[in-house]
Write a protein that binds this ligand. Sequence first.
Ligand SMILES: C[S@@+](CC[C@H](N)C(=O)[O-])C[C@H]1O[C@@H](n2cnc3c(N)ncnc32)[C@H](O)[C@@H]1O
Length: 362
Amino acid sequence: MIKKQNFMNYKIKKRKKSFVKDELLKEKVRAGRNRTITLSKNEINSLKQKLVVLSKKCGVSTIENKTINQDLRDVIKYLPENFVDLLFIDPPYNLNKNFNSNIFKEMSAAEYENWLDSWLNPLRKILKPTASVYICGDWKSSSAIFRVMLKYFIVRNRITWEREKGRGAKTNWKNCSEDIWFGTVSNKYTFNPDAVMLKRKVLAPYRDTNGQPKDWQQEENGIFRLTHPSNLWTNLTIPFWSMSENTDHPTQKPEKLLAKIMLASSNKNDFIFDPFLGVGTTSVVAKKLGRKYSGVEIDELYGCLTEKRLEIANKDTSIQGYVEGVFWERNSLGDQKVKNGKRNNSKQAEDLFAYTLKNGEL
Ligand SMILES: C[S@@+](CC[C@H](N)C(=O)[O-])C[C@H]1O[C@@H](n2cnc3c(N)ncnc32)[C@H](O)[C@@H]1O
């Protein structure tokens, strides 16, 4: 019998403010090509003015395109109802993890399931009847997520994505994958497969009986096919130091991952909500793709990094690996770099170049 763990006492440990500040403001020595987004003291002071704190029930316009800097436990009761088209959730996984001002403590699988339930159940009120819900987890959290989602949603799929940045272990398999559970509130929901086509190089270019290409087209730099995406995603790169989207957040998701989900499960001007916003990947991608957004993040510095990334997105709307309406495979730098006989010097190509150099995959 597990002890009932309610919403108000789950194990999140606050760290002493003075310690957090010292850690954050310490100048790190970074390599020349390092493009990690950082904040100066002045930037923190100015960006934190943009963060929203709720103390009473609010309307949608109060939180639209804003970052709520609060504990989710204190916020749900103040959120409006029935306004979200897509809920993307990347909660702390069931691991000991340091998130700057708070540490998430590993618990038993049953306690973790209770913890998920404690905020997912009340959060349902923000969803439209046509909304979709995605929840991320690793192998340890995944079954708890599935069970809780089954209670409240129609579970439609589990996406597994290759997370190539895992650490090796002497007594276990290296952990190189994560799951994202996909569910909907009802049978009426948005799904746009044509918006998330994958561009693949064709090794065996078959022709039909009339000699016409079978589902492929000849381009300047090879033969390609556009294919529908499956629930196995192997073309993502975890942000790292030479990518322009990178921050020092320990579990930042790739923009490309959010782009795939948003393009498939929302339309322009839809409202996307993220209750564990981190450094704002969801908000940034929503902005780049013309969606409305809001999210909750307990840590002030992460909230400020979100605001800085949103400012950068005013000028740069590119998403690494998503070019001209299609998602490219990993290791396709050579193909992306040549277009109409010209080299592609875009930010995406540069990011990919940095990645391929690092991984020796050129
Ligand atoms: C897995 S991370 C999300 C990362 C995010 N997807 C990104 O790409 O930046 C989870 C985040 O939840 C935040 N968090 C943890 N407990 C919270 C709470 N009770 N309320 C709001 N945020 C919380 C942590 O500070 C952390 O940044």
